[in-house]
Design a protein around this ligand. Structure first.
Ligand code: ACM
Ligand code: ZN
Length: 764
């Protein structure tokens, strides 16, 4: 897709206007986040929005009136222009609803010199039309020119969600409202409120006051890996809950409450110990993770309790869905509990091939819960574990343990919401921390319903959401930082048609959206404002090419002599070709807007950029650019997920390099990365073979390396062998893995990884 530099055209039009005696005006840009499905500018005279413009809505239509008020308040915030609203006339910004049940959240905007006509196919559709207009406005003072044209838009998925765990850490009601504002800004329509967990029960239940008197407070928290000795707790009153639900509803966001059952219920047991298998005593734990004490299914009081709680929840939340958890529920207590075992016997459940008989306790319980919720006219969502042991097809499955769990559930007839942890758990910083635009790119690339699926399976995938678990999210700023701007990438995953998606274009639109984040004072990660590099080794040309990019196309300056760049340095315009060892430094410098210094020492040895072949492939999760990863001149840091490291699991590293011509060599070095706790161990031997023809090899060096002990440090290791200098064309290097994890390891006698980032062949 080609995108003309619209700013250039607009600047030209603004200049022309001024030359004609008109005032300077800013142009609206309809290419917002999420990208509307179709934008067509027709090129006629633009609509001029000024303080005299009115927002017109149909008389007696309170939802449209609210949309009109929302739009006029947004315009005032963004431009300083105070627009009045009116039910009369057909000029100005004219809002209408024209019901179309085939695309209820869709809208159409038609702009000409006389008016901006926004037609929503429901009040929600009208709201999204107003959102697009709002985001199209450049932030600044004064009039705005809206290019003539039409926008046709509707979301791809009906379920577009964002979750927040308030069990681990609590956030004030004002922040919950801001969170909902943020969701609405990104056209998301579900706020999944995870209200209960082991570490705290956060919703007032009138019938069970101890849930919040006892269950909402813990003695201390696990902070930075240590118990902090500081009491922590709190909860939302029913009045506050109603206030949040109403606030969300005005923004067309549905609040789906989650009461996590029957696991993650330590806070319930601390409040009502008789609901546990052992009878307690229990505490609200400070430690995170999966706790073995869960609700006792064999006790008939448990289901009574759950129904009474859910009755109040259903009363508080008008949502179509009620989320009842179902995740991470260990069966240990049920195996030992006389009441649970009596139920197993009464029902005649037997151990199955896949799951033990106790799995039936969970599905039995979930069926009861489902029937109760259904009797109140609502639908149940559960995490994907609820499939184990069987569950009613009416239940909607939230797939978190991988998209394949969702596909499996959809194949069994369930509606599915995709929230695979590896991509959409925004609590995980690992992808963000890869730097540059990588975290965003990862989310943006997620496809919830690939067209390779059977049509009926695909149709059951109703949407997707991201989750923010808050074990390590202690305050509101951190919460915003973790979700922004990845939420923007998610918004296109769930809103935009796949053929409309284009990452480079998204980054341009996101750059403008970041001005909104700044305007509203949202905290967001600026990883994408730093320089992202992409390095491609070319073994045919014998070089690598470095591409540098940053959000907003801001100017990047670079040097290749190790000095810090300034505006007199080379300006980056395209790929930088590297043939020799190069200390590459680069920085965005756009006035006071600068990035952090980008610094990469590309180190070239005789094997760098040369063709090579692996005898055995690396582990599929750690293959990255394949064998050239070992000869690209790029060294990795201790994070073995960056793409700089290949991970060997089944077999040793065994690689043969073609130096292309007879070359003088006398040493080989292999650099490895050790992280013992993650089964990432060191090399245990190094062998080097040489050949003139690539067929017959002679061993020239060999070295044994001791297996690492429990006290050996994690981190980066280099192993070298030297041998008498010789001319050779082919070099084969074998780095032996640790054959299996040693007896001292937590997983003894299981396979170990060997991570290697570079194989260096030299003649020092
Ligand atoms: C989950 O992450 N336990 C749903
Ligand atoms: Zn029990």
């Amino acid at each position: 897709m080609i995108h003309y530099p619209k700013w250039a055209l607009m600047a030209l039009m603004a200049l022309l206007l001024m030359a004609c005696g008109g005032e300077e005006a800013n142009y609206a840009d309809y290419e917002v986040v999420p990208c509307p499905q179709r934008v067509q500018e027709t090129g006629g005279a633009p609509f001029r929005l000024s303080g005299a413009t009115r927002v017109v809505y149909p008389e007696g239509d309170t939802l449209s009136e609210r949309n009109a008020a929302f739009l006029s308040a947004s315009i005032r915030e963004l431009t300083g222009l105070s627009l009045s609203t009116s039910t009369e006339g057909d000029r100005g910004i004219v809002l209408e609803v024209e019901a179309d049940e085939s695309r209820p959240e869709g809208y159409r905007i038609t702009v000409d010199a006389r008016r901006i006509h926004v037609v929503g196919y429901s009040p929600a559709g009208l709201f999204y039309g107003c959102q697009t207009l709002r985001k199209a406005i450049p932030i600044g003072r004064g009039p705005v020119l809206f290019p003539a044209g039409t926008i046709e838009d509707a979301p791809r998925f009906a379920y577009r969600g964002m979750h927040l765990d308030v069990g681990r850490h609590l956030f004030p009601v004002d922040f919950i409202k801001e969170y909902i504002d943020i969701l609405a800004l990104h056209n998301l329509n579900v706020f999944h409120w995870h209200l209960t967990d082991d570490q705290g029960w956060r919703v007032e239940i009138k019938r069970y006051p101890k849930l919040t008197e006892v269950g909402a407070f813990r003695k201390e928290s696990l902070t930075d890996g240590k118990l902090d000795g500081t009491p922590y707790g709190g909860f939302y009153t029913q009045e506050e809950i109603r206030e949040v639900v109403a606030y969300a509803s005005e923004r067309f966001v549905e609040v789906i409450p989650e009461i996590d059952l029957p696991g993650h219920t330590s806070a319930v047991l601390a409040s009502y110990p008789e609901l546990g298998c052992t009878g307690g005593p229990y505490e609200v734990p400070a430690e995170y993770g999966v706790h073995k004490d869960v609700l006792c299914i064999g006790n008939p009081e448990t289901i009574e309790f759950v129904k009474n709680v859910l009755a109040e929840i259903i009363d508080l939340f008008p949502s179509h869905f009620i989320h009842v958890g179902g995740d991470e529920c260990p069966r240990d207590r049920w195996e030992e509990c006389p009441k649970c075992q009596a139920l197993v016997r009464r029902q005649g459940w037997k151990d199955g091939v896949e799951y033990p008989k106790e799995a039936q306790l969970q599905s039995y319980f979930m069926r009861e819960v489902e029937a109760f919720v259904a009797s109140r006219g609502r639908k149940v969502i559960g995490w994907d574990e609820i499939l184990e042991g069987g569950v009613d097809p009416e239940v909607t499955v939230m797939a978190w343990r991988g998209a394949e769990k969702g596909v499996d559930a959809a194949g069994k007839g369930h509606e599915v919401i995709m929230t695979p942890a590896g991509t959409l758990y925004f609590s995980a910083g690992n992808l963000l921390n890869l730097g540059g635009d990588r975290g965003l790119r990862h989310v943006y690339g997620f496809e919830p319903a690939p067209d390779t699926l059977e049509a009926d399976v695909r149709a059951r995938i109703i949407g997707s959401q991201a989750c923010l678990w808050t074990e390590r999210v202690l305050d509101s700023e951190r919460a915003e930082y973790m979700i922004l701007p990845r939420l923007a990438a998610l918004s296109e995953v769930v809103w935009s048609a796949p053929e409309r998606k284009d990452f480079a274009h998204f980054m341009d639109r996101l750059y403008r959206l970041c001005a909104y984040y700044d305007h509203y004072g949202y905290t967001y990660s600026k990883h994408a404002h730093q320089i992202t590099e992409r390095v491609e080794a070319d073994t045919v040309a014998g070089c690598s090419r470095v591409q540098l990019s940053t959000i907003g196309h801001r100017p990047i300056y670079y040097t290749t002599d190790g000095t810090r760049p300034d505006t007199t340095s080379s300006r980056y315009t395209g790929l930088i070709e590297i043939r020799q060892s190069t200390p590459l430094r680069a920085q965005v410098i756009a006035g006071s807007d600068t990035s952090q210094l980008y610094s990469e020492d590309i180190r070239v040895n005789e094997a760098t950029f040369k063709p090579a072949r692996l005898a055995y492939p690396p582990h599929e999760n750690y293959t990255f650019q394949g064998v050239t990863t070992l000869f690209d001149g790029l060294r990795g840091d201790r994070n073995y997920n960056t793409g700089r490291w290949l991970g060997f699991f089944d077999r040793d590293l065994d690689v043969t390099i073609d130096l292309r011509e007879p070359t003088r060599v006398s040493s080989v070095t292999v650099s490895t990365n050790v992280s013992k706790g993650a089964a990432v161990m060191g090399a245990t031997g190094l062998e080097v073979y040489c050949s003139d023809d690539g067929a017959e090899f002679r061993r020239v060096a060999q070295k044994a390396i001791p297996i690492l002990g429990p006290d050996d440090a994690d981190g980066l290791y280099e192993h070298s062998v030297r041998f008498p200098e010789r001319m050779t064309r082919f070099v084969r290097v074998v780095a032996r893995k640790t054959p299996e994890l040693p007896a001292w390891h937590q997983w003894p006698h299981t396979p170990a990884f060997l991570f290697v980032d570079e194989v260096i062949v030299d003649n020092p």
